[in-house]
Design a protein around this ligand. Structure first.
Ligand SMILES: [Zn+2]
Length: 121
């Protein structure tokens, strides 16, 4: 990792990353974002390829997170939705349920149809 200066004289590291389309591309640490899930401790990093504009997201080991953080990459913390821990009750949603839902959405009164189906349960 080498360092470069932006117009504001702030130091950012030059990092190399691999775009699935273009191969190795040169970025600054400022253009890489780290995402860490506070629920399970896993991390990823992402960047927009400067050549093809594809957004790439890859797993990041703790050492990669530490290096990118130290080099000035932005760290975003997030958590898994609380709904994942909720107990699941009722029957499993099947293909027919999805078709019924799709049909209900096409009606003008889909909200009324949804309320009726909730009362029927
Ligand atoms: Zn690319």
């Amino acid at each position: 990792m080498s360092y470069t200066r932006s117009r504001r004289q702030q130091r950012f590291a030059v990092v190399w990353a691999t775009c699935p389309t273009c191969g190795d591309v040169e970025l600054t640490s400022k253009s890489v974002q780290i995402q860490t899930c506070v629920t399970d401790g896993t991390s990823t990093y992402s960047f927009v390829c400067p050549t093809c504009s594809l957004i790439t997201n890859k797993p990041a080991s703790p050492s990669v997170v530490e290096s990118l953080s130290a080099a000035g990459s932005r760290l975003v913390l997030w958590a898994l939705p609380a709904e994942l821990a909720e107990p699941k009750r009722g029957p499993v949603i099947c293909h027919d349920d999805l078709l019924d839902f799709h049909t209900a959405l096409e009606t003008l009164d889909w909200q009324g149809e949804l309320a009726k189906s909730q009362r029927a349960r």
